[in-house]
Design a protein around this ligand. Structure first.
Ligand code: AMP
Length: 193
């Protein structure tokens, strides 16, 4: 099963890479951020609960997002695998995900797309002009970076040598090539062992 988990700071390009990978591997791209944004747009109960937190760049409660992920991964189209983008975001979500993967009999392959702080700030300035995401505004984005550093970055220690690092600098194509190289290299390693 292709259970691929993309880690990396906001603005690193996880969404873009996840979408391409999902298409190439014919598995669903599951973005908790996209699911939450849709709920906000539709004004559902979930959306109403998440809206303010998201706009301020904070994390929606673990209970809510883990519920979303558990439900989504139980769907039939995830049977051959999935790409997780934006989950887990902290250690409590990572342990919840470990349990879900174990139930599914899947081993997650973890990729970390690494991009410097300075580059992220430059990218988001550009993105702001294109898609006007509320949480890309200066204050919210800074908060998202802070939250990433305190909550999500420690997952690199949590997963330790299971993390496959990918340099997130350069064009989308360059990054995608690196992602593929890392994934296929690791697949060959697993097959040989
Ligand atoms: P993203 O599109 O992944 O950057 O997510 C946008 C926003 O959705 C985040 O800043 C959070 O407010 C919320 N969000 C997405 N995924 C999670 C998660 N795994 N845990 C908590 N909040 C999340």
């Amino acid at each position: 099963m292709n259970a691929i988990i993309l880690l990396g700071p906001p603005g690193a390009g996880k969404g873009t890479q996840a979408a391409r990978l999902a298409e190439a591997l014919s598995v669903p791209h599951i973005s908790t951020g996209a699911i939450l944004r849709k709920a906000v747009e539709e004004g559902t109960e979930l959306g109403r609960a998440a809206r303010e937190i998201m706009e301020a760049g904070g994390l929606v409660s673990d209970r809510i997002v883990t519920g979303i992920v558990e439900e989504r991964l139980a769907a039939a189209d995830c049977g051959r695998g999935f790409i997780l983008d934006g989950y887990p975001r902290n250690e409590s979500q990572a342990t919840a995900l470990d349990e879900v993967l174990e139930r599914l009999g899947a081993i997650g392959r973890i990729l970390n797309i690494a991009v410097s702080h300075q580059e992220l700030m430059a990218r988001v300035r550009e993105r702001r002009q294109q898609d006007g995401r509320e949480d890309d505004k200066e204050d919210a984005f800074r908060r998202r970076l802070d939250v990433y550093e305190t909550e999500t970055q420690p997952l690199l220690d949590y997963y330790q040598d299971r993390v496959m690092p990918v340099c997130g600098l350069g064009s989308r194509e360059e990054i995608y090539d690196r992602v593929m190289t890392v994934l296929t290299g690791r697949m060959a390693e697993v097959a040989a062992s």
